[in-house]
Design a binder for this molecule. Sequence first.
Ligand SMILES: [Zn+2]
Length: 327
Amino acid sequence: MTHTVTQFIESLKKRLVFSSLMKSYKKIYFRQMVFMRFFDLHCDTVHRAIKEKVSLYDEMLCASFKKTEYFSEYIGCFAVWIPDELRGPNAWYFFEKSYEKLNREKRNFKHKAILTVEGGAVLGGELKNIKKLKEFGVKILTLTWNGRCEIGDGVGVDGSKGLTDFGASAIKELQENEIFIDISHASEPLFEDVCQIASKPFMSTHSNSKSVCKHRRNLTDKQFEAIRNVNGVVGVTFCNDFLKISKGADIEDVFSHIEYFLSLSGEDTVCIGSDFDGAEVPERLKDISKVYKLYEFMLKKNYSEQMVDKIFFSNAYNFFKRNGQNF
Ligand SMILES: [Zn+2]
């Protein structure tokens, strides 16, 4: 009898522990998975899906449409990456193929996917293609990739120069067609030229801080401040190489870049631009369903929920909104 009573009490205790565990799990689940909003300024998922011949819902993709179900709201910028070596009509054909895939598959997508292009080579040196990009619904053009295109030089060009004459005309035309200028991948002279001639806010969709990690793709403090001063936005990226020079980048390193940019009065400037499916990322942030871990990390560091939401969603959302784009 005593034995049975003890057993009963033990099993009751276990059940209580289990139920309190479930309660806290539900609380976490509820907050992170349901109420978290995410606006991602950059991913290469369309390109990877084409390369791997899979649907955008396929779970092998880091930013698979399927894995975004966890967010209460999600807006993803899906870049069509144009390789540097593609020129003229070939670059345009490459773009159209990616566009068709995204357009077809996003029809039943419960969230929003924005079309962007990474690489000014897409224009094939023709200004009239900017209007066509607008008609296709493109919202952001990353002016260059690492190499040289008709617009100017990327960060990988030795003795790089800034904007070409065509590039300067393209800036004007892009602004008139409400396509935002992205200077991720730009060489320093190109960045300077954009600062001189852009009359509308521009952005860096996926670059980190050079003061935290001295990588050529990252932004100097001066560059970050220049973007902040024109009310632009900067997407902190999860790309391992831009997070930390040595191996083993983790959530703490992403946080270091965010915190550093915040220290440069970047409260309304800092966003996220994951680079999912285009870069090696920390294991703990290996796909879009793990992004909540960074969100939670910031809450634990005593950032308010409102501040964390700004970085994950509303800074990017407000940028588009104040520049005439509604979703
Ligand atoms: Zn890139």
